[in-house]
Design a protein around this ligand. Structure first.
Ligand code: ADP
Length: 259
């Protein structure tokens, strides 16, 4: 899809800079950051030159997810130089711009300018940027859409979230602005018991897929709720960098994003 979007030119000169894939969600805590990090890592494993931008001003979690906490990006000619990670994904986070543990009271214009600094950075040969947006539909999303016109958007939702309209608003924001919605990822779909492997559905399962299809959007895949995903993520080891069913699911989602 990225390739199709890039090709869908209208004769105007090609846009400079990396293609931008925005990752959004209707509300916080649905796993948007986790999914963003793992899509980026899975794309890198496929050989895509991918960078990761953490634009979540309310809770920048990418430095922890990607094990780059405490790194400070250097600057060259007033442009930030992304921080390298052990997963082959250079990245920049709002969290890298603040002192650790310091809460930032971003106001609208400040947040927009900070986002611009992260995106207009020295990305080198990166050709695809995965941007982890804050949840909802606020200033950062508007700046993102107006100033940087993403090439596509991925929406992360829990099983009931889409049906409950939370994620629908986020999708509507991109849709109205003409940003192609690549599809929906259902996260925390089914709980896999670490002891017996039995799968149960605390939040239900399949709700996001059904709602996405009703609305005419593609469904990219489903990630279960597992203890391992949380503990590995907290330890800075994105599951997509490992082996197993969860890594395979992220690889499959990344393939659809890259198509
Ligand atoms: P968001 O970016 O939407 O606020 P996060 O990615 O920060 O959400 O995830 C919120 C919490 O849920 C984190 O502790 C994360 O490790 C955990 N989490 C996310 N997805 C899963 C999953 N599929 N299984 C288990 N824990 C998850």
């Amino acid at each position: 899809r990225i390739a199709q979007m890039a090709e869908r030119g209208d004769g105007s000169p090609p846009k400079r800079g990396p293609r931008i894939i925005a990752v959004g969600s209707g509300k916080g805590g649905v796993g948007k950051s986790t999914v963003s990090a793992n899509i980026a890592v899975a794309l890198a494993r496929m050989g895509v030159k991918v960078g990761l931008v953490d634009a979540d001003i309310y809770g920048p979690s990418q430095p922890r997810l990607m094990a780059s906490e405490g790194e400070r990006p250097q600057a060259k000619d007033k442009k930030l130089i992304p921080v390298g990670t052990r997963y082959g994904v250079p990245m920049l986070s709002m969290g890298h711009l603040a002192e650790p543990g310091q809460a930032i009271a971003w106001r609208g214009p400040m947040a927009g300018n900070a986002l611009a600094q992260l995106i207009d950075a020295e990305w080198g040969d990166v050709d695809t940027l995965v941007v982890d947006l804050p949840p909802g539909t606020g200033d950062v999303q508007l700046t993102m859409i107006q100033r940087f016109k993403p090439d596509g958007a991925v929406i992360v939702s829990t099983p009931q979230d889409l049906a409950l309209m939370d994620a629908t608003r986020a999708i509507g924001l991109f849709d109205k602005a003409g940003v192609p919605v690549i599809g929906v990822v259902e996260n925390m779909a089914g709980y896999v018991c670490p002891h017996c492997g039995e799968e149960s559905d605390p939040f239900g399962s399949g709700g996001a897929e059904a709602a996405a299809k009703t609305m005419g959007y593609d469904f990219l895949g489903r990630i279960p709720l597992t203890i391992d995903i949380r503990t590995d993520s907290d330890a800075g080891r994105p599951p997509a960098a490992g082996e197993g069913p969860v890594a395979d699911r992220f690889a499959d989602i990344a393939r659809q994003v890259a198509e």
